[in-house]
Design a binder for this molecule. Structure first.
Ligand code: ATP
Ligand code: MG
Ligand code: MG
Length: 376
C-alpha cells in the first residue's frame, strides 16, 4: 500500500493517521517530538527538526505523498520534499498561510472580505496604524500564532509602546476589533481535479481565545449561507489548495461576513464531522491529497463538539484524571483523547462530540457531558 507522510505530530495528525490506517495506508510522521499524538498511531515516527533539510529529504523519499498538520514548515523544506513526492497542499499555500500578513494580502487582492487590517513593522508604523484603524484594535504577530498567542489588545493609542513590546517587537498586523454577532467557520476541501465541497456553516464559541464549542449547521439566511460558502470556495480556489482548508469568519452585527483567518488543513471546528458526517474532514483530507474522488459531506445528525483542555485534569488545584464514565453516561456522546502525557492549562487534550435532535440539544449534550466531568 501507499505511504502518507505527515509533517507535524499533534492531534490533527493523529486523527488523519487514524483515517489513513483505516483506509489501508501506511503513515510516517516527522516532527521534533518523540512519542507524539501522531507518532503513537503512525507506522514510523521520525524525530527531526522541520529545518533539518536532510531529514526532510529522506522522509519525502520514503513516502508517496507529503501533507501537513503543522503550518510553520519553511519553503526550503517543502521545496526539498517536493523533489521526491507530491506535497499537498503545496509549499506556496503553506508559505502564504503561515504568515498573517501574506495571507491577508493574498486574500484581499482576490477581493475576499477581511477584517480591516494594517501591516506593522515598527513602533512608528504601529502608531500610524492605530490612527488609521482606531481603537480598540488587536496587534497580532505575523508568524507563529495559535490559540490567541502572540496577540495584544490595544484599547487606547497610549498603549502602542507596551503592545509593541508585548508581542516581542516583530513583524505584525494591526486589526480592528470586530464587534461581532458570532463566529463561524466553513471547512471545505478541494480535490486534485479542482472539485470543491464543504461542510456548511459551523458556529464557533471561544473562551479565552481558545475554541470551546462548535455547533454544526449554523442557521443564517439563505443569502448569508451562500455567501459564507462562496467565500470559502473562493479561498480554496485563490490559493489553489489541494486538501482541506478551514476559513474562520466573523458575522458582524450589521450582517457582513469577514474572514478572520484561514487554516490550510483539517480544523478543530471540523472534528464534529467524524461522528456527524458521511465523510470526516480527515478522510476528506486523505481523499484530496491522494488524488481520490472527494467524499459526501452530508451530515446525518445535529452535532456539536466541546474541547477538553488540560484545566480539566485539576480539581481544586489537585491533579486528577477526569472520570470519563460521567461524560459517557449520555449515549449520544463520543470521547476523543489525543494521547498527550502532560495536561497543561489551556492545552487541547481531547474533545467530546455529541449528537442531538436539534443543534441546540446537541450543544447542550456536549456541554453537559463536559460539565459532568467536574461536577461530582
Ligand atoms: P487559532 O489559530 O488557534 O484559531 P489564533 O491565535 O490564530 O487562533 P485568531 O483566530 O486570530 O487567533 O484569534 C483568536 C480569537 O480571538 C478569535 O477567534 C476571536 O474570538 C478573537 N479575535 C481575534 N481577532 C479579532 C478581531 N479582529 N476582532 C474581534 N475578535 C477577534
Ligand atoms: Mg490561527
Ligand atoms: Mg483562529
Amino acid at each position: 500500500g501507499a505511504t502518507i507522510g505527515i509533517l507535524g505530530s499533534g492531534q490533527l495528525g493523529r486523527m488523519l493517521a487514524q483515517s489513513a490506517r483505516q483506509m489501508g495506508y501506511r503513515v510516517f510522521t516527522l516532527s521534533p517530538e518523540k512519542d507524539s499524538p501522531t507518532g503513537q498511531i503512525a507506522d514510523c515516527e521520525v524525530v527531526a527538526d522541520y529545518a533539518d533539510l536532510d531529514a526532510i529529504e529522506q522522509f519525502a523519499q520514503s513516502v508517496d505523498v507529503v501533507t501537513f498538520e503543522f503550518e510553520n514548515v519553511a519553503s526550503e523544506a517543502t521545496a526539498v520534499a517536493a523533489r521526491h513526492a507530491p506535497v499537498r497542499p503545496d509549499g506556496q499555500v503553506l508559505h502564504i498561510t503561515q504568515n498573517r500578513l501574506r495571507e491577508k494580502q493574498a486574500l484581499s487582492s482576490a477581493g475576499l472580505p477581511l477584517t480591516p487590517f494594517v501591516p506593522v513593522s515598527d513602533l512608528a508604523s504601529l502608531t500610524e496604524a492605530i490612527a488609521t484603524l482606531g481603537c480598540p484594535a488587536i496587534l497580532k504577530t505575523a508568524g507563529f500564532g495559535y490559540d490567541g498567542k502572540g496577540q495584544v489588545r490595544i484599547n487606547q493609542p497610549a498603549e502602542a509602546q507596551s503592545a509593541w513590546a508585548g508581542i516581542g517587537e516583530q513583524p505584525a498586523v494591526l486589526e480592528q476589533v470586530v464587534d461581532f454577532e458570532l463566529e463561524l467557520s466553513v471547512v471545505a476541501a478541494r480535490g486534485l481535479n479542482g472539485q470543491v465541497v464543504d461542510y456548511g456553516l459551523i458556529e464557533n464559541r471561544h473562551s479565552q481565545h481558545i475554541l470551546d464549542l462548535s455547533i454544526a449547521d449554523l442557521p443564517l439566511s439563505a443569502t448569508q449561507t451562500a455567501a459564507a460558502r462562496e467565500i470559502a470556495h473562493g479561498v480554496l480556489e485563490t490559493l489553489g489548495v489541494v486538501g482541506v482548508l478551514c476559513v474562520e469568519m466573523f458575522l458582524t452585527k450589521s450582517g457582513d461576513l469577514l474572514i478572520n483567518e484561514v487554516a490550510p488543513r483539517p480544523h478543530n471546528s471540523g472534528h464534529l464531522t467524524i461522528e456527524g458526517c458521511a465523510t470526516s474532514q480527515f478522510a476528506q483530507q486523505l481523499r484530496a491529497v491522494c488524488g481520490l474522488p472527494l467524499g459526501d459531506t452530508t451530515r446525518h445528525s445535529a452535532v456539536a463538539m466541546a474541547n477538553l483542555l488540560g484545566d480539566l485534569w485539576q480539581i481544586d488545584g489537585k491533579p486528577q484524571t477526569p472520570d470519563w464514565s460521567q461524560a459517557l453516561a449520555n449515549s449520544c456522546v463520543n470521547l476523543h483523547l489525543y494521547g498527550k502525557a502532560e495536561p497543561r492549562p489551556g492545552r487541547k487534550m481531547g474533545h467530546i462530540t455529541a449528537l442531538g435532535a436539534t443543534r441546540e440539544e446537541a450543544a447542550q449534550n456536549a456541554l453537559a457531558a463536559r460539565a459532568a466531568l467536574t461536577s461530582h
